[in-house]
Design a protein around this ligand. Structure first.
Ligand code: AMP
Length: 215
């Protein structure tokens, strides 16, 4: 008769979670959980995204740009509702004493999800990967404690910029990717737009967001 509070969550509109899609059944008490470093874009970032969008259209690919930007530190895993707080606590203990660090994400790269149902164009990290690997190693420990799948063994840290449904990697790799990289390198603000500090780690579980500040 009464709705289980665990059932109260946002609708599964893919535009609301940047193209990530759950590959598991939506079940009462199961919460999609994701750990990431948030990236605050500079104002001029939009201009760069628009230029890249036009180039992609020229190559026959229409992508939707992200509304929020991040560097994933986990896959999207499924957590039972009553494990959310203990999981976040485990992350806090492991990550709370880490220091903030610089990231530069300046290499255009194309990604698909494991199911190859989504394609992403992103900026791969060229500076900061060692620190991100340390974070992932701690996050993986927490995931293991809760019997959850760990991150990619060979992660390619990146900030996804835009996405589309299906596997469009073949269309984007090659000349299109080269043109995108050239457009980025030629942008007058490229150096500034691709630098940022990792200042906190976030864990999003369902529609709740937990912040773990770095020192
Ligand atoms: P994200 O924007 O972090 O959700 O990443 C976009 C997609 O990249 C995700 O669906 C990941 O599964 C995918 N991906 C593919 N290969 C890798 C990799 N080596 N490291 C990290 N993410 C990857």
């Amino acid at each position: 008769m009464f709705q289980d509070p665990d059932d109260v969550r946002k609708s599964d509109d893919v535009t609301q979670h940047g193209g990530r899609i759950r590959s598991f059944k939506h079940e009462r008490g199961n919460w999609a959980t994701h750990v990431y470093v948030p990236c605050q874009p500079h104002e001029e970032f939009q201009d760069l995204l628009e230029k890249m969008g036009s180039l992609l259209v020229k190559h026959g690919v229409a992508l939707t740009t992200m509304k929020e930007f991040h560097i994933s530190q986990s896959q999207t895993v499924v957590l039972r509702h009553h494990w959310i707080n203990p999981f976040v606590q485990s992350l806090r203990v492991r990550l709370g004493s880490m220091h903030r660090f610089l990231c530069i994400a300046d290499r255009i790269q194309v990604y698909t999800n494991k199911e190859r149902t989504r394609t992403f164009v992103g900026l791969e990290v060229s500076v900061g990967s060692d620190h991100l690997l340390e974070v992932v190693s701690e996050v993986d420990q927490s995931l293991k404690e809760f019997n959850l799948e760990t991150f990619y063994q060979d992660p390619s840290f990146h900030v996804s910029l835009a996405w589309c449904v299906g596997d469009a990697a073949g269309k984007i790799e090659g000349p299109c990717l080269e043109e995108l990289q050239k457009a980025l390198d030629a942008h007058e603000d490229a150096e500034r737009l691709t630098r940022f500090y990792a200042e906190e780690i976030r864990c999003k579980a369902g529609n709740k967001v937990f912040c773990i500040p770095l020192k």
